[in-house]
Design a protein around this ligand. Structure first.
Ligand SMILES: Cc1cc2nc3c(=O)[nH]c(=O)nc-3n(C[C@H](O)[C@H](O)[C@H](O)COP(=O)(O)O)c2cc1C
Length: 137
């Protein structure tokens, strides 16, 4: 239900169930072992081919944005359901594409392991609204 460019949903989601592929993804993602431990493992990818006719060159950026927004919505939904997740972006894009045998037009944006938390996160610090918000009068 996430918003997307022109409502065209220019992203794809892969659910990885295969254990060997999970292990390969761990090694493509700097050995972040929790990637293979989560009961639900999703990989969000761009697919600008769905909108290139309509948006031309802009479809590349729109597709990254569509895939990003859908990943963020999935994180929020997991949270609402009492589940835990973390955005995994530190991975070798080519390796992940090869492992998943992605069509040439698709690029992986985020790996999302979803499961039950086994530790409480540290208190979050942010830059603060005064640092982030720039008011132009
Ligand atoms: C684009 C992006 C890439 C990230 N890549 C990783 C990653 O590869 N591994 C990881 O453990 N966390 C990763 N994170 C999670 C951040 O480290 C985390 O969101 C941040 O520390 C703030 O913590 P919080 O989300 O619990 O508030 C990534 C987050 C984003 C938005």
């Amino acid at each position: 239900m996430a918003p997307s460019s022109g409502g065209l949903q220019t992203f794809e989601i892969y659910q990885i169930k295969n254990k060997e592929i999970k292990e390969k993804l761990v090694s493509a993602a700097k050995d972040q072992t929790f990637v293979a431990q989560a009961p639900l493992l999703l990989v969000f990818c761009t697919n600008p081919s769905r909108s290139v006719e309509r948006f031309g060159e802009r479809s590349q950026l729109f597709s990254v944005q569509d895939a990003t927004i859908s990943t963020a919505y999935a994180q929020l939904t997991a949270h609402v359901l009492g589940l835990s997740t973390v955005w995994v972006g530190a991975f070798d894009e080519k390796k992940v594409s090869d492992i998943l045998k992605l069509p040439i037009e698709q690029k992986p944006i985020a790996i999302l392991p979803i499961g039950y938390e086994n530790e409480k996160p540290k208190e979050k610090t942010t830059r603060g609204i005064k640092d982030i918000l720039h008011i132009i009068e």
